[in-house]
Design a protein around this ligand. Structure first.
Ligand SMILES: Cc1cc2nc3c(=O)[nH]c(=O)nc-3n(C[C@H](O)[C@H](O)[C@H](O)COP(=O)(O)OP(=O)(O)OC[C@H]3O[C@@H](n4cnc5c(N)ncnc54)[C@H](O)[C@@H]3O)c2cc1C
Length: 637
């Protein structure tokens, strides 16, 4: 964490200083907002936290609930999501508090007595090296808390407006107003009940869940199965002789159905997903009037011969959401894409719903928001043209489509109980580990001129850093102070693009070397994305952040002899930033060049998007391609 750039200050460095742009926390909604977010679930809060990083963007977030979520709902936090939490600065808190999913065990009917269960397998939950972050379990409400804290500490001191239900949303033509979307909310809080407030916004993002009013207002529908199998879920404190109660475990009994065990944070709490009957078409589980006693009894039958004594029920619910998806994630008709710009978006459960069994709902929803967040910021700050916003629906709808297909298969496997081969279930689980960890997402190059994903022409220069996939971190050592860290730690959720320059074998950034020439181009050329897109007076790394990695020992390199771009003067005092240059570690199994298949002979340049996805891999000397790539979607400052 870097601080004191603009002068020494005492106190908590994570509480952002400077002129506070505290938002109206008073009773009424403001009249206007740059971005209006509807819904304080994981999607809405990820987006709000991302936008709160920009002091000049006025964000308003609204929810119909009276206050923050207290308990229940989702709890699985995939490795990829943890990487994103690291970018927001709270992964360490989650790691401290959460349950870590290390192994998953599988149980099936015992061959000695098919009415009893027996362990049939045990697998490592996340394959080695998939991410530097663990797969963890933590209540969704705590994830919300961490985001709310970031928002409250931002310079805008962003806090949600609760107790407001969206009732109307209308978009006027863009020519009529800079704030063309009018949204009305009905207040739910005592003393104001029924009062209508209207706010006008430049952009609206509906993060308002599976029954999204924003989705309905823009005429989109969730298509697919509205419900299939129903599952009960309960967070309970139990006394049991079942040996795997602290492992994630899948139990498939002979005739009593399936239980998924998710151990929870704190060492005692456990979540049990219990299979209920298959529903009839159009039937909702709520109509069955399932009780918690029935749910516990169903779990106890599945656990036999083990006992399950439920001492306390912290939360329970029945859950019957099927696999459904909207055609688009914005307010355009397909025929309008070439002529109109999107202004209203939906994210999370508002555009895709699926079973909770693969633990994807919260994770994918947050990744939607991470995708749209930096794009909205870039457009609102005039760094990118508004047509970049087309890429949100294109990129995320494709991801959701894959998720729906995966979830349909996985849910069917789990729901068919003992009729399914437990070995096949285990195999499927292992095969799709990368997918459920959230690391398999790949954005494809689009034919559009504003495509954010480059072509794979030079992919061979870094075979383990796949274009379109998230930047897969590796350890490095910082030259200036010898600190070992993950290179991924430097990719913060601050809206900046990153140029990661990996030096070739003899390159120490000496004059005339490829790294020195690249830095010279970036510092001096009128074609340089830094020169073109950095506003006058802003720090040199405020739009495009350059970092370099070398192959020598850090003890042999002199940072101060390197190009100025690798220890640039910044801030009002012109202090040098000493955290731009790193070296690979010696040990082969820790070496970023070896781990990520980076050409040791030539090195390469990796372009990373503000949401940590790799946009391009290029030769260090292909400055023309660097310039042309950024020219696609950036505007001159
Ligand atoms: C009751 C419930 C139980 C769940 N259980 C599980 C589970 O066991 N496991 C699992 O993996 N996933 C579960 N999920 C799903 C998981 O919580 C979601 O996938 C995830 O929360 C999606 O995040 P989101 O931000 O898109 O939407 P949500 O978390 O649904 O957030 C939407 C927000 O929008 C607000 N909102 C809705 N309509 C309006 C309106 N008209 N005006 C203003 N605000 C509005 C809501 O109050 C809510 O806060 C559950 C969801 C629910 C609702």
């Amino acid at each position: 964490m870097q601080f004191h750039l603009n002068g020494f200050r005492t106190g908590d460095p994570s509480l952002l200083g400077g002129p506070f742009l505290a938002q109206e926390q008073a009773a009424r909604l403001p009249a206007e907002a740059d971005v209006l977010i509807v819904g304080c679930g994981p999607a809405g809060l990820t987006l709000a936290a991302q936008l709160a990083a920009f002091a000049d963007i006025h964000t308003v977030i609204v929810d119909q609930k009276p206050g923050p979520l207290q308990l229940g709902q989702a709890d699985g936090v995939a490795c990829r999501t943890m990487e994103m939490f690291e970018a927001f600065g709270f992964a360490h808190k989650v790691m401290e508090e959460a349950y870590w999913v290390n192994e998953t065990t599988f149980w099936k009917p015992s061959s000695a007595n098919r009415n009893h269960i027996a362990r049939s397998g045990r697998v490592q939950d996340v394959e080695d090296g998939l991410s530097h972050m663990p797969h963890v379990i933590l209540n969704q409400a705590r994830v919300h808390d961490f985001y709310l804290e970031i928002m409250a500490r931002s310079r805008r001191r962003l806090v949600p407006h609760y107790s407001r239900r969206l009732t109307e949303l209308e978009r006027a033509p863009d020519s009529v107003s800079d704030f063309p979307i009018a949204v009305s909310f009905e207040r739910q809080d005592a003393g104001y009940t029924g009062e209508i407030e209207t706010i006008r916004a430049r952009y609206v993002v509906g993060c308002d869940g599976a029954r999204s009013a924003v989705r309905q207002a823009i005429g989109l529908v969730l298509k697919g199965d509205s419900a299939n199998h129903a599952w009960g879920v309960m967070d309970v404190l139990v006394v049991t002789d079942f040996p795997d109660i602290r492992f994630k475990a899948l139990i498939q009994s002979a005739d009593e159905g399936t239980v998924l065990i998710i151990p929870r944070e704190g060492g005692y709490l456990v979540r049990l997903y219990v299979e209920l009957d298959k529903l009839n078409p159009n039937e909702r589980i709520s109509s069955r009037n399932i009780t918690i006693e029935q749910l516990i009894a169903a779990a106890q039958r599945i656990f036999r011969p083990y006992t399950l004594d439920v001492k306390e029920v912290a939360w329970w619910s029945v859950y019957d959401i099927g696999q459904r998806l909207t055609d688009r994630f914005d307010d355009l008709q397909p025929e309008e894409v070439a002529t109109r710009l999107p202004r209203i978006f939906i994210a999370g459960d508002a555009c895709h719903t699926h079973s909770p069994k693969a633990g994807q709902g919260m994770n994918v929803s947050m990744q939607d928001a991470f995708n749209i967040g930096w794009k909205l910021a870039a457009v609102l700050q005039g760094r990118s043209p508004a047509n970049m916003l087309h890429t949100y629906s294109a990129e995320r709808q494709a991801v959701a489509k894959e998720l729906i297909n995966f979830d349909r298969e996985w849910a069917a496997m789990l729901s068919s109980g003992a009729s399914n081969d437990p070995a096949a279930v285990q195999k499927y689980f292992v095969q799709h580990g990368r997918y459920t960890a959230g690391t398999a997402t790949q954005y494809k190059p689009a034919p559009d001129k504003w495509s954010l994903t480059g072509e794979a022409t030079h992919q061979s220069l870094a075979t383990g850093l796949q274009i379109g996939m998230r930047f897969h971190s590796s350890p490095v050592v910082r030259i200036s102070d010898g600190r070992h860290l993950q290179l991924g730690e430097t990719l913060l959720a601050d809206g900046r693009w990153r140029l990661l320059a990996f030096a070739g074998v003899d390159d120490t950034a000496q004059p005339g070397s490829p790294i020195a020439k690249l830095c010279q181009f970036l510092s001096d050329s009128p074609e340089s994305p830094i020169k073109r897109f950095t506003p006058a007076g802003a720090d040199v790394d405020s739009v495009v952040d350059v970092r370099a990695v070398f192959q020598q020992s850090h003890q042999l390199l002199d940072l101060t002899a390197m190009p100025g771009l690798l220890f640039p003067p910044k801030g009002c005092l012109g202090l040098r930033d000493y955290e731009k240059a790193f070296c690979a570690l010696d040990a082969e199994n820790q070496n970023i060049y070896a781990q990520r298949g980076i050409s040791r002979a030539e090195g390469c340049l990796v372009v990373v998007r503000p949401d940590q996805y790799i946009a391009h891999v290029l030769p260090l000397n292909d400055t023309t391609a660097v310039a042309a790539f950024f020219d696609r979607f950036m505007l001159d400052a």
